[in-house]
Ligand binder design. Sequence first.
Ligand SMILES: [Zn+2]
Length: 83
Amino acid sequence: MADLSTLHVRELKTLPICDRCNRPVDRLIEVEDTTFDRLTFIAACHGDRERITITHEELVVMRGGSLQFGRAFVQVRALPPKT
Ligand SMILES: [Zn+2]
């Protein structure tokens, strides 16, 4: 039986800016799933990882324009920082 999911993994050279370090992240891995037509980006920086998955619907919209990265590791503070 064939594997239902076909994944293509590559390392990207265009790196998003890490919101915590204020510099490009250490690594950015793109995982393309051609079976389900979706992309997952895994950013690695400061010993942490962030994963973003872009679905088929989002890809259709984005293919009309250009793909741009925002900032990685942006934290939404639910509580004020401790003093
Ligand atoms: Zn960082």
